[in-house]
Ligand binder design. Sequence first.
Ligand code: MEZ
Length: 597
Amino acid sequence: MKKRYLFILVTVLAVTACSSFRSGPKTEPAAEITTMAAFHAEMSGCQTCHADGSKVTVSDSENHENEQCVSCHGGYEKMANAALEFDPHTSHLGDINCTTCHKGHDAPQFYCNNCHSFNIEAMPFADVPKKAAWDRDWNQEAIQKAIAAGPVEKTDVVVVGAGSTGFNAALTAERKGAKIILFEKAPFTGGNSMLAAGGINAVGTPQQAKKGIKDSVDWFVEDTMKGGRYKNDEKLVRIMAEESADAVKWLESLGVNLDGLKRSGGARVQRTHAPANGASAGPQIIQTLRKVAKREHLDTRLNSRVEKLVLNDNREVVGVVVHGKHSGYYMVAADAVVLATGGYGMNKEMIAWYRPTFAKMTSSNNITATGDGIIMAKEIGASMTDIDWVQAHPTVGKDSRILISETVRGVGAIMVNTDGKRFVNELTTRDRASDAILKQKEGYAWLVFDEQLIAKKKMVRGYEHLGMLKKADTVEGLAKMTGMSALPETIKAYNAYQSTGKDLAFGRSDMPLNLTKPPFYAVRVAPGIHHTMGGVAIDPDSEVLDLQSWPIPGLYAAGEVTGGVHGFNRLGGNAIADTVVFGRRAGAHAAEYALKK
Ligand code: MEZ
């Protein structure tokens, strides 16, 4: 693994080369220099990184500092080392700020290790003693002081959280003529959407027409309601279905490639739109939204956590208190606020409280999914819908936080227990598949597939790179390697069902591939927290409701922070549909409300 990180050498060389870019004498780093900041300062002063040569004026987003990194070392493409199997500079996170990992004054932090466990030992300046992480506790005294001091600036609409929901809300509100500030607490945008492997469900698109797929809004609604055990708010589901084709069109108009179509669990037809080359949809959507936001100069502020919704005496939302990484606590006045903060899948206390049986479960979520919007909305008397409904995704890599996308089963993988026997229709809904896995004697399962699937599903290469796959030239070899003695028999039977199109064992209706082309692969999977279905109660205009079901004036919410759309169980591909459809609705209604004030 160590060898893979030769890029560090490249980074150090680039850092050294940088000294010739700046004026001033070229100086060898002194032995005692252990921080990146000290190293750069030694070269040509603090202005190497900071605008006025002082750390004092660093903006929360650290834009100037990151522009300096790029101007000196080159962008991500330049930093990537093509010789490496993995290079953090070409990860699915896309172009994120250099300072996400390379901290100036602190120990570097390999952000990828929030989900992975790369053994990286030699990041430049890694010997700096690690300082405490940026304050995660909401300092009530500082919040109250910021409110007492009054707003330091004013905008029409504040959007909280820059995942797909937040970007879609902000870009839509901006197109309505509103002035926007988009706050993101992380050092880069993307939220959970950036990790979405599957795609976006939609009905009535040219993609479906081209493949001759018969589908309808009613079917989309029925599938979603059935998947959600009929606990969904049907009004919201219908809106999602009706506006889904437009959501795809909108993303495409921004530059997102959604030329492929797949079938996800619980859907009766192919309606999950994603890149046809099998790449993950989420990173591409986020990378595109980032580019559009940059091009349109959307005021996006990173490292800026919104910690309080501010009400006036009429109980209207009139602003927020922000905790900026460098600027501390301050209040921004806004006529409307959109919560786009995502769910609470990474908030251990909330999971333990609302869904105690999942307390020890791993999660596929971004570390940012800590339920901030739910906490803030509750504080001001918002009503919650289905708050304790949490979805376990059946196929998270065992003992990891890496999601093995449902579309891997959709494209053709089978799922077997540790004996190598199938035990469930692989394309049933997630709650049923998860329950079925947990009932197996080891509490985990294997996904098994062959080379044909690898050729169709680019993302599977990523699992291989991460060392998650077992691989053998024969089914018997794979069975021996994994201890799944019944696997040869299972595959023989499955191939026979696949050839007739009738799964006599579990009634799986979509079997696009047989398992005949070596090599054969297996990956261990177990359920992991994936989506929190419950959250803030909203009406069809994305207005947040209070305990009497009246809208709280000025407060809007969309995406995973809300409840109602998905009922008891969300279908694959409906999360992105939710973020785009309701993100756009929230943005449009918030802008209209703000502009009328
Ligand atoms: O919508 C999802 O969560 C999804 C499609 C996930 C996946 O398995 O890829």
